[in-house]
Design a protein around this ligand. Sequence first.
Ligand SMILES: C[S@@+](CC[C@H](N)C(=O)[O-])C[C@H]1O[C@@H](n2cnc3c(N)ncnc32)[C@H](O)[C@@H]1O
Length: 216
Amino acid sequence: MLAVYDWLVLGLVCRWIWRCPRSTMLAHYNAQVGAHHLDLGPGTGWFLDNCRFPTPAPSITLVDLSDVALATAAKRIARYRPATRGADVFKPLNLGATQFDSVGLNLLLHCLPGSFQQKAVVFDHVTPYLGANGRVFGSTILGIDKRHTVISSALVRRLNGSDSFDNAADRVEDLARELEARFTEVRIARAGVICLFSARHPRPAAPAQGGPGTLR
Ligand SMILES: C[S@@+](CC[C@H](N)C(=O)[O-])C[C@H]1O[C@@H](n2cnc3c(N)ncnc32)[C@H](O)[C@@H]1O
């Protein structure tokens, strides 16, 4: 599946069925990704391989339930020498004292079981690792949205039936509520039936000695 994922899912299905080209999600990465980045569920690593980091030598940590996905993504971005951790995002991440500028959850939430209220435990698991003003961002396929077509609705039903997705009840309002309960500067945009989101850690940057804090 990973071998065909980039062109079939990211290239064709995202553009023509969900109606959000991968270039739109890549632009979202480019706008949000930081120099110290944690990526949850990196899959094949296509976005990490193609996005523009704000520094030539970013520090990147990959977390995925699948060892195959971790190995694939890590090999693909070996030039950045990423750290990898096999873990379930529904459990505490145990990443030590590391603080990240950004945490990416791209095309992850619609795969996770439960309502957005239950999926949002993932936000609680990343918050301890977000540096001051760190950003959480990503995208997810909505199960309920007036932009659905006959074809996209049928595919949502099929993928929920085969346990690939668990998003039949996912609505943008519920995701917004969970983000707003935890973060500031919550931004949500939709392209087709994909919701792109970003939010900022509420903890302000520590003031620099002798002067006011600087917002990044
Ligand atoms: C649809 S892929 C998205 C891949 C990539 N982020 C992208 O945008 O192309 C979902 C990824 O999340 C991982 N995943 C699914 N459930 C997970 C969980 N509970 N904990 C950690 N990773 C999970 C899968 O192994 C897979 O790599």
